[in-house]
Design a binder for this molecule. Structure first.
Ligand SMILES: O=C(CO)COP(=O)(O)O
Length: 281
């Protein structure tokens, strides 16, 4: 027996084997930013999750898992994705001589052995790079490489989300060149999937997807009010070569989360146009 079998089975629960694509919902925002609108209370969490059953995967924090075990149980239920790390939430920009808050100081919240025992299919970890403090950058590369190695031993898939520590300094943090570099580093460290921010257009994103041999999931960002906008982002992501989306606020803050998920599935898995998907809703 081999842990590669475990990883293959778990990845197959996340990326639909028919299409190689996935619609994943992220619902773990609280661990970094406090109670998020739409998931503030236990009741809100339960209501939100009652509408997410058609996602290919749903991401939670370790503490949410005991509340939501039953959500993941049963045939055809969403894959269990665990947000593996906490990140400090402070100043966005490192100031030389200060402590680098906001620049990528992260803590791993669980061992991979415990993660596997809890039934997790994939973990998501951030990879903060681009720091002026190269020791922080080295720590992040080593941390992610260790997570990849630990996850391989227990057959759990790894999603790495590379983030620029210098995001707050300007738009170049999302340039095609920077995102291509970061996504490729993530794949080369050994990510099974790479999750990344959208950089604005199919033209700007396509080279990122082309040069990252690990499948890419595009993150959503703020939003949720405009269903068409959410479906268009998914359609553009697929057109640019992504393997799917990992949207949070755009789903759990939507007025009709189930309809939005149905639309995302149609666009992502079935290649349906945005207008057609909207008409079907
Ligand atoms: O995965 C995510 C956060 O970890 C994506 O969430 P948003 O779509 O709300 O940005």
């Amino acid at each position: 027996m081999d842990s590669r079998t475990g990883k293959k089975i778990r990845l197959g629960r996340l990326l639909d084997p028919r299409t190689g694509r996935a619609v994943v919902v992220a619902a773990s925002h609280g661990v970094m930013s406090g109670p998020p609108a739409g998931l503030r209370t236990r009741a809100e969490i339960e209501t939100a999750f009652s509408k997410m059953g058609t996602a290919d995967g749903v991401m939670v924090s370790p503490g949410m898992l005991p509340l939501l075990e039953d959500f993941y149980v049963g045939r055809g239920r969403p894959a269990l994705v665990l947000h593996l790390d906490w990140k400090n939430h402070g100043r966005k920009i490192y100031t030389p001589g200060q402590d680098g808050r906001g620049e990528g100081v992260l803590a791993q919240l669980a061992s991979l052995e415990d993660v596997a025992a809890a039934g997790v299919d994939a973990v998501m970890t951030y990879l903060y790079i681009g720091q002026r403090n190269s020791e922080l950058e080295r720590a992040e590369i080593e941390r992610n490489a260790r997570i990849v190695a630990d996850a391989a031993k227990v057959g759990v898939a790894v999603i790495i989300e590379p983030r620029s520590a210098l995001e707050a300094e300007g738009p170049e943090a999302l340039s095609t060149e920077v995102l291509s570099l970061y996504c490729r580093i993530s794949a080369d460290i050994g990510a099974d999937l790479v999750k990344v921010l959208w950089n604005g257009s199919v033209e700007a994103f396509a080279p990122v997807a082309q040069t990252c041999y690990a499948p890419i999931l595009v993150a959503g960002g703020p939003g949720g009010e405009d269903e068409k906008d959410t479906l268009q982002l998914a359609a553009d992501s697929i057109e640019a070569g992504a393997a799917g989306v990992m949207f949070g606020r755009r789903v759990f803050r939507a007025e009709r989360p189930e309809a939005v998920l149905a639309g995302l599935r149609a666009v992502t898995h079935d290649g349906v146009s945005v207008d057609e998907a909207l008409a079907r809703l």
